[in-house]
Design a binder for this molecule. Sequence first.
Ligand SMILES: CC(C)(COP(=O)(O)OP(=O)(O)OC[C@H]1O[C@@H](n2cnc3c(N)ncnc32)[C@H](O)[C@@H]1OP(=O)(O)O)[C@@H](O)C(=O)NCCC(=O)NCCS
Length: 178
Amino acid sequence: MSIIKTHDVVLHGKTNQFEITLKPLCDEHLPLLYKWCADPEVLYWTEGGEDCEQSYDKETVHVIYGNVSQQALCFLIEVNCDVRRIDMSIGEKEYWNKGIGSEFVRILVEFAFTIEHVDVLHCIFEDYNHRSKRVFEKNGFTLHHQVNLPPMQKRHFEYHYGLTSEEYFNQKQNFHIK
Ligand SMILES: CC(C)(COP(=O)(O)OP(=O)(O)OC[C@H]1O[C@@H](n2cnc3c(N)ncnc32)[C@H](O)[C@@H]1OP(=O)(O)O)[C@@H](O)C(=O)NCCC(=O)NCCS
């Protein structure tokens, strides 16, 4: 049974300097929590009290994060993760709908995660673009959020889809097992 109750919310943002991802905190991150919670200088600022030398052991870390994660969404802040976007267009119409887009997205995704070690891929398309939607979904992308657009006849929403390297490698592993 896990110590930290996790969730599936992933949020992205950036400053002038950093790309920031808020990832669901889970047991995989316990070694980081052990390290931070053993550091008196970190605890001086995060905990009340006068003790400047306090340091929490693993059991205390389990109690603190086990309890708080039951009632709150806990995130790990990942800074400077490598987020890239795929944009695509086949200009020759007679080549649409022949599987080429699906294949080149598959190739780019593999390149991004296995060679470039990208953390997150994302893409943006509008609701009327069924081919784009299908191509990205076939390659494991899922809806991250949608944005309402000023109404026009052909579209109402902009879809933001994403795929993390973790999701990619899990999907690959599951595919091989089946
Ligand atoms: C978007 C684009 C790159 C996709 O590449 P493609 O080679 O045409 O796509 P594929 O043939 O690999 O796949 C298209 C999928 O959409 C499906 N599809 C096509 N029309 C559809 C529709 N009206 N509703 C739902 N699905 C549809 C196809 O059946 C296919 O899925 P399948 O393989 O499961 O059968 C290409 O069509 C293109 O460049 N279009 C013009 C520019 C553009 O739209 N760029 C994207 C801007 S965001």
